[in-house]
Design a protein around this ligand. Structure first.
Ligand code: ADP
Length: 477
C-alpha cells in the first residue's frame, strides 16, 4: 500500500515542533506493516537541499504563485517529494513567518498550494506516482482532503489533528482564489463562521480523522478543548480515533545519543551524573542537593508557562533548580530571563531553539516540567521517560495517557513513571513540584521511577500498527 503523507514540516529537514518529529518518524513506523509512505513537504531552502535531480512534475501556475515543480528527495531513508514553488517558499525567515516573527500574509495561499499539490499527486495526476491514501497533518495540509473530495478523486484521506488550536482561519475573500467549486462554500464544506476554515474543511472532507492521543480525542468534544470545532468532531465521532505518537529510537536513545557526554541505560543510570554536570555548566547552575528541573518547550499559554513563571520563587526555596530552553511569547521570555537574573546559579534560561541542547537536558536534568493546559500528545514527556528525566505533567491529553502517577501504590507496584497534577494553577503545580522534590530525596524511589519510565514501550510499534489498520479499513470499505 502507498501512502502520501503531507505536512508543513518534517524532522530532520524542517522542524518547529512535535509535528515534525511525527511526520519524520511515520514512514519508518509504517514500513514493517507493508506500507510505503512518501512524505510531501514545502520547498523551503532547508528542505530543497535534501533533493537532487530532475523535476518529476511541473505546474504552470500553482494557485496564483507562478510555476512550481515537484522534486524527489529523501527523508530518513524514505521517499520525499518536495514542492518547489519559489514564490511561496524560497524566502529568508521562518517557515510560517518573517524574520520579525509575524505570520507571512500569504500563508493561506502558500499552504493551499501545498494541499492542492498533494491532492493532484494523490489523485494520480503525476505520471509514475500512485497512492492509495492521502494522509494530511494539521491545518497547513488540511485543504488536501477537500481538494480530493471536490475533484471527485476516489483516493481515501486521513486528517490528523496534532493541535486543534491552530485552525488556519482566513477571511471569506480568499475563497474565490482557492480554485474550489462554488458548492464548497457551505457549512458542509470550507465555510467556517463566515470565513474559510482549513482544518474545518479537512475534518469535513476526510474519510477518517485521528488525533494524537485517545484522551485528546475525547477532550476536543468539549468546547474548552474543541475551540469551535467540537460540534463537527461530535458529528463525525464515528470516524474519529486517537493514536498516540511514538518516538524515533534512532534519534532519541540515551544509549547512542551523540549529544550526551555520557551515554547510559537503565542499568547504568549513575552515568547521568556526568550529563548533569554538563547541564550545570551550560546553564551556570551551582551544584546542589535538590533536583534540576528542565523545560524544553514553546513558551506559551498552552504550555502553562505563565503558571510555571509564578512558581519560580517557591521552586528555588524548596531546593530545586531550573534549566530552561525555549522561545515564544515575549512577555514569558522576559519573565524567565528576569527570574534567572534574580536567582543566578539556581535558574538558567536559554532563549532559542537548540536540538542538541534539548537532548542534553533530557539526559542530564532530573525532571521535565510540562504544565500544559492542553496537550494533544506531547513528545517531551516521552523523551523524558526514555532518558530517565522524570516527567512532571498536567493530567491532560497525551500527558494523561502516557504517564503513570507516582502515588505510593504505583511506586510499590513498580509501575509509576512520573508525577501528574490536576489543576493547572500555581497551587496545583507547586504541589507537584514539592512531591517531585520529596521523591527525589528518596533515592530508592526516584531510581525506581526513572527505571520504570525507561523500561516502558514508547516506540512506534503499536501506533504504526494502528495507522496501518486504519488505512486498510478505509481501503476495504
Ligand atoms: P509542540 O509540538 O506542541 O511544541 P511537543 O511536545 O509535541 O510540543 O513537541 C515539541 C518538540 O519540539 C520536541 O521535539 C521538543 O524537544 C522540541 N522543542 C521545543 N522547544 C525546543 C527548543 N527551544 N529547542 C529545541 N527543541 C525544542
Amino acid at each position: 500500500m502507498n501512502v502520501l503523507s503531507v505536512a508543513s514540516e518534517g524532522y530532520p529537514l524542517v522542524k518547529t515542533g512535535g509535528l515534525a518529529d511525527v511526520v519524520g518518524a511515520l514512514p519508518q513506523a509504517l514500513a514493517p506493516h507493508g506500507i510505503a509512505a512518501t512524505t510531501l513537504l514545502p520547498g523551503v531552502p532547508a528542505v530543497l537541499k535534501a533533493t537532487a535531480g530532475r523535476a518529476v512534475h511541473h505546474w504552470r501556475d500553482l494557485l496564483g504563485g507562478g510555476p512550481a515543480r515537484l522534486v524527489r528527495g529523501e527523508i530518513g531513508g524514505h521517499p520525499l517529494l518536495v514542492l518547489d514553488a519559489p514564490a511561496f517558499f524560497d524566502r529568508d525567515g521562518g517557515l510560517y513567518g518573517d524574520p520579525s516573527g509575524a505570520d507571512w500574509p500569504d500563508n493561506w495561499r502558500r499552504f493551499a498550494a501545498l494541499a492542492r499539490a498533494a491532492a493532484d499527486i494523490a489523485s494520480g495526476e503525476v505520471k509514475g506516482l500512485s497512492f492509495d491514501i492521502l494522509h494530511a497533518h494539521d491545518w497547513q495540509a488540511a485543504l488536501a482532503p477537500a481538494y480530493l473530495r471536490y475533484g471527485g478523486a476516489p483516493t481515501k484521506s486521513v486528517m490528523t489533528i496534532h493541535n486543534i488550536a491552530f485552525q488556519g482561519r482566513f477571511g471569506a475573500e480568499i475563497f474565490p482564489e482557492l480554485d474550489l467549486p462554488e458548492s464548497a462554500w457551505s457549512i458542509d464544506g470550507v465555510e467556517y463562521y463566515g470565513g474559510v476554515g482549513y482544518l474545518k474543511a479537512g475534518l469535513q472532507a476526510a474519510d477518517a480523522i485521528t488525533t494524537v492521543s485517545p484522551t485528546y480525542a475525547q477532550e476536543i468534544l468539549r468546547p474548552e478543548f474543541g475551540m469551535g470545532l467540537e460540534g463537527l468532531i461530535a458529528q463525525r465521532a464515528n470516524s474519529v480515533s486517537g493514536i498516540v505518537n511514538g518516538i524515533d529510537p534512532a534519534v532519541w536513545n540515551p544509549e547512542h545519543d551523540a549529544a550526551l557526554p555520557a551515554r547510559y541505560s537503565p542499568r547504568t543510570l549513575a552515568r547521568r551524573a556526568t550529563n548533569k554536570r554538563a547541564v550545570e555548566h551550560e546553564f551556570s547552575l551551582e551544584p546542589g542537593d535538590g533536583p534540576i528541573f528542565t523545560v524544553v518547550s514553546r513558551l506559551t499559554w498552552q504550555k502553562g508557562m505563565d503558571v510555571l513563571a509564578e512558581c519560580l520563587d517557591d521552586l528555588v526555596q524548596m531546593g530545586g533548580r531550573l534549566a530552561m530552553l525555549g522561545s515564544g511569547d515575549a512577555g514569558l521570555e522576559e519573565a524567565f530571563l528576569r527570574a534567572a537574573e534574580r536567582y543566578p546559579g539556581q535558574i538558567g534560561v536559554r532563549i532559542g531553539y537548540d536540538e542538541p541542547l534539548s537532548h542534553l537536558l533530557q539526559g542530564g536534568a532530573d525532571a521535565i516540567v510540562i504544565p500544559s493546559r492542553f496537550e494533544p500528545c506531547g513528545l517531551t514527556q516521552l523523551y523524558g521517560l526514555a532518558y530517565g528525566c522524570v516527567p512532571v505533567v498536567a493530567r491532560t491529553g497525551g500527558l494523561a495517557d502516557t504517564i503513570i502517577d507516582a502515588n505510593i501504590a504505583a511506586i510499590d507496584a513498580q509501575v509509576a513513571t512520573g508525577i501528574q497534577f490536576g489543576e493547572v494553577s500555581r497551587d496545583g503545580l507547586l504541589h507537584a513540584l514539592r512531591r517531585a522534590c520529596e521523591l527525589y530525596a528518596d533515592r530508592r524511589r526516584w531510581l525506581c521511577l526513572q527505571r520504570c519510565g525507561m523500561k516502558g514501550d514508547f516506540s512506534w510499534g503499536r501506533s504504526g500498527a494502528a495507522y496501518a489498520a486504519l488505512y486498510r479499513g478505509l481501503i476495504n470499505t
